[in-house]
Write a protein of this length. Structure first.
Length: 119
């Protein structure tokens, strides 16, 4: 059984910062890409950032220069440092990871963590 658990969501003022964490646990053989997605009320879930196993990163245009994705392979964890937050960043943030659990690869999702940017 593999689980992804996010943490770090909170209420923050515009211009503030937050750091989200996501840790994978269970019968894990290997992890490839790890991603952060977000979903605002009434909108589709969108990709925010991706990091490969080798540390190559990519970002949505809306967060470039403000968000930084990183990972700790020893801890099976991925992080999202969010700076200069805007009200439009308000959403539930989900982590996703492509994980090999014993025999085969599949995508796993976390339960989500709420980020609210408001004064």
């Amino acid at each position: 059984q593999v689980q992804l658990v996010e943490s770090g969501g909170d209420l923050v003022q515009p211009g503030g910062s937050l750091r989200l964490s996501c840790a994978a646990s269970g019968s894990i053989s290997s992890i490839n890409d790890m991603d952060w997605y977000r979903q605002a009320p009434g909108k589709q879930r969108d990709l925010v950032a991706t990091i490969t196993k080798d540390g190559i990163t990519s970002y949505a245009d809306s967060v470039k220069g403000r968000f930084t994705i990183s990972r700790d392979n020893a801890k099976n964890a991925v992080y999202l440092q969010m700076n200069s937050l805007k009200p439009e960043d308000t959403a539930v943030y989900y982590c996703k990871a492509k994980i090999k659990a014993i025999w085969y690869w599949r995508d796993y999702w976390g339960q989500g963590t709420q980020v609210t940017v408001s004064s």
